[in-house]
Design a protein around this ligand. Structure first.
Ligand code: SAM
Length: 309
């Protein structure tokens, strides 16, 4: 079996049948979202979840990642819990549940009031086959960059000890982004290209995952690619893609979107310089999550930031 004929193609068909043609351990990253509890009408196609999860495990490379974006329906006042049941099933077939991330919508659809708060997020379960082989963390600005917290103490949460220490250095400029990611849905020009599909990903969400879990040239897969957002963004970022969808109409939308990107005079590769981020042990990853304690000390500023203490 060779993957060559599927590389950089949108393949019309049932993803489970298409995946059967792939060798073992060939995919670096899958980013996908399944039909959610029949929340939307995707033309009534069958969705054999268990078989798909098993095939995804087989075709994922050691250290590769699957990002599964999903939500629950609420039926007779009761959330189905399908998202978590699926996450647990992915564990059963061998994946690690590497991270449970949240996709927060900055413009959620208003819902009829039924004595609950408006739903404004979806789960992004990040599964890995063994230890993750590629992580290019997205960095964000630190709110208190440059601040020297003289006399302020912090709690260092580690497995075995919780100590208080004096903070020696000023707060760094950048830190690793948290695992709640916010996106506007359907408003940007690049997202409006997906018109005709009821539930496309925001391109930005896909960009952030591709950047995080792959390097240039890696193979990115979306077994239920709909309007082809994953393939489109993978092309733009110099990755190879494979997309499958059971609907002829959606495959056509996907192909058109990819063509638009390929027609750009110079392919726009969205790639920031690689951040050097090295951790020797899991414990070293803990300081960014430390909890600041107000020890009553004074705060001194470096640079132009201003803060009242
Ligand atoms: C939530 S949508 C995916 C949207 C996509 N992420 C995008 O950005 O446009 C789910 C898709 O799964 C497709 N689908 C459902 N069952 C399928 C199957 N067995 N094999 C392949 N595609 C399937 C539907 O046609 C639909 O387009």
């Amino acid at each position: 079996m060779s993957l060559d004929k599927y590389i950089n193609q949108i393949v019309e068909g049932n993803c489970i049948e298409v995946m059967k043609n792939f060798d073992d351990e060939v995919i670096d990253l899958t980013v996908t979202s399944p039909p959610y509890d029949d929340l939307r009408n995707y033309k009534g196609f069958v969705f054999p979840f268990e078989d798909i999860a098993k095939e995804l495990y087989r075709v994922t490379k050691q250290g590769g990642v699957v990002v599964w974006v999903v939500n629950d329906a609420t039926i007779n006042g009761n959330e189905t819990g399908t998202s978590f049941k699926q996450a647990l099933y992915f564990q059963q077939v061998g994946f690690n549940l590497h991270d449970t991330m949240i996709f927060r919508k900055t413009n959620p659809i208003p819902q009829i009031y039924r004595k609950r708060y408006n739903n404004e997020f979806e789960y992004m379960f990040v599964f890995s086959k063994g230890t993750v082989k590629t992580h290019n963390p997205i960095m964000v600005d630190c709110l208190h960059a440059g601040l020297e917290l003289n006399g302020t103490t912090y709690k260092n949460f580690s497995k075995n000890e919780q100590t208080r220490e004096k903070l020696a250095k000023p707060v760094k400029d950048k830190k690793i982004k948290g695992n709640i990611w916010e996106y506007v849905v359907g408003k940007k020009q690049e997202d409006q290209e997906a018109k005709g599909h009821p539930a496309p990903f925001p391109c930005e969400l896909v960009r952030d995952h591709i950047k995080s879990w792959t390097n240039q040239g890696d193979i990115v897969f979306d077994p239920m690619c709909g309007s082809g957002t994953v393939a489109r963004v993978a092309t733009e970022m110099g990755r190879q893609y494979i997309g499958t969808d059971i609907s002829h109409e959606y495959c056509e939308i996907a192909r058109k979107r990819i063509k638009l990107i390929e027609m750009q005079p110079t392919l726009f590769i969205v790639e920031e310089p690689r951040e050097e981020y090295r951790m020797e042990t899991e414990e070293e990853a803990l300081p960014p999550t430390r909890v600041w304690q107000n020890g009553g000390g004074s705060a001194k500023l470096n640079g132009s930031n201003s803060i009242k203490q």
